[in-house]
Design a protein around this ligand. Structure first.
Ligand code: TRP
Length: 450
């Protein structure tokens, strides 16, 4: 607790693991490798890295500033900093975005539990690539089984959020994040010591710039924001739990670096193995659920690797769903003066409903389409390619243009106690580069320049 009785993370380590827990998730281990695989490998990685450091990190720092300065939830924060304005709508948009993301995220998180189970009962052994592919299709299009796991995941997440900021979020992140790191390192070593691992590394680290076009650029932007958990006020919420003594610049840098490291490690754990077994790297969302079980059936000790990998996926997903549910919970509890328990329990109902829609949209309700996409794909597209960049744009414009520069500097320097050597660069990025880059990428992708 801080002086006002508001919940607070207990240490610098707690802040970093909680924020990194939010950032590191399915985005790194499930989404990043297939985006990379289908968007040309290294060239995509370069554009991605550029966006992470030039656009994503400044937005992350801004969210932390807004959160810690205001000491309140995503939407209330803007009202505290700019009373009487409509900026709080940006926070509200963030809360809505949290629902949209969770609608498909819980489904994939549920899949990860099913695959932990399948790995544990040794279901992959002796299966041909065709069997595995069929098994995934049968499972993901089934009406009942994925839902069951999704509901289990919703309950796990709710239990942690119910326990509160320190006892729930902080404590679970302190345990799970180091575990996650260890598992991914072990998997990398395994993958790199397979025959022909070099081919995969070549794919990862040899650029093919002919693959870059406007939609690849938008994908890289969406992936950068999604992976860093920025653009929807998630880190405003977490920032509001950060002590006034914490160095926000260091925190933002450490979280960005960890998140990027895990994405790259996930790719290193996956592609050498994929190439070693001559599997097509350009698969979509099913990459880790079909390709990797194939890999596990064919390498020594595959049973253990399979269990470890899917456990990694589930653990990473959990610390992320927690952060998304916390955005909703903090907003509703503070804005409507409701009990945490009431809010979490009612959110469960809505979230299970939305997740059911997106899960069924892959199977029995596949006819139900929006803009030519299944609901599942639509929620994914809408959040990462539209809502997060738009949110990031508003957040950067708010701090860059509508909030006094000296107040931002005051917050970053902890009231003048810390030096902030790169402040001018940060502020320049925020004011000009972030909004202009996001706007240009949109205009370009929408084809408005033609
Ligand atoms: N960053 C997480 C991932 O990579 C997902 C996530 C959690 C998220 N909180 C978020 C994405 C807030 C956008 C905004 O899986």
């Amino acid at each position: 607790m801080n002086n006002n009785g508001r919940a607070q993370f207990s240490s610098k380590f707690a802040v970093v693991v909680a924020a990194a827990g939010s950032a590191v998730g399915l985005g790194n281990i499930w989404r990043f490798p297939y985006e990379l695989g289908s968007n040309g490998g290294f060239a995509f990685l370069l554009v991605y890295l550029l966006f992470v450091f030039l656009l994503g990190m400044p937005v992350m720092l801004s969210e932390l500033v807004i959160g810690r300065r205001s000491q309140t939830n995503a939407s209330g924060a803007f009202r505290v900093l700019k009373p009487g304005s409509h900026w709080s709508l940006v926070g509200l948009l963030g809360v809505i975005t949290a629902f949209v993301i969770l609608s498909f995220y819980f489904v994939v998180a549920g899949w990860s539990l099913e695959y932990v189970f399948q790995a544990l009962v040794n279901r992959f052994e002796g299966q041909t690539p065709n069997d595995l592919s069929q098994a995934f299709t049968d499972f993901s299009t089934d009406a009942f089984r994925p839902l069951l796991w999704t509901v289990v995941f919703v309950f796990l997440t709710s239990a942690v959020v119910l326990a509160g900021v320190q006892k729930g979020i902080e404590n679970i992140s302190k345990i799970l994040m180091p575990v996650l790191f260890l598992i991914i390192l072990i998997l990398c070593v395994r993958s790199l010591t397979l025959p022909n691992a070099n081919e995969g590394l070549k794919f990862l680290f040899k650029p093919d710039f002919t693959k870059i076009n406007s939609s690849v650029v938008l994908s890289a932007l969406g992936q950068a924001f999604f992976s860093l958990s920025v653009g929807m006020s998630c880190l405003i919420t977490y920032g509001s739990y950060v002590s006034k003594k914490n160095n926000l610049v260091h925190t933002a840098f450490e979280v960005t670096a960890l998140d990027t490291l895990v994405s790259v490690l996930a790719a290193v754990a996956i592609f050498p193995a994929v190439f070693s077994l001559e599997i097509n790297p350009a698969q979509g969302p099913e990459l880790v659920f079909i390709t990797l079980p194939n890999v596990f059936t064919q390498i020594p000790g595959g049973y253990v690797w399979a269990v470890l990998f899917f456990l990694l996926l589930a653990v990473a997903a959990l610390t992320s769903t927690i952060s998304l549910l916390e955005v909703i919970t903090a907003y509703v509890t503070e804005e409507f003066k409701l009990k945490r328990r009431t809010v979490v329990l009612s959110s469960i109902v809505i979230l299970v409903f939305c997740a059911t829609l997106s899960s069924l949209s892959l199977g029995v309700w596949s006819d139900l389409q929006l803009f030519g996409m299944s609901l599942f794909d639509f929620f994914d597209y809408l959040s990462s390619k539209i809502l997060l960049p738009v949110g990031g744009l508003f957040i950067s414009v708010f701090l860059g243009w509508f909030y006094p520069r000296k107040e931002t500097l005051d917050e970053l320097s902890n009231g003048g106690k810390l030096s902030v050597p790169l402040f001018n660069i940060y502020f320049f990025l925020l004011r000009y580069i972030v909004p202009v880059a996001i706007a240009l990428i949109f205009i370009n992708e929408l084809g408005l320049t033609k």
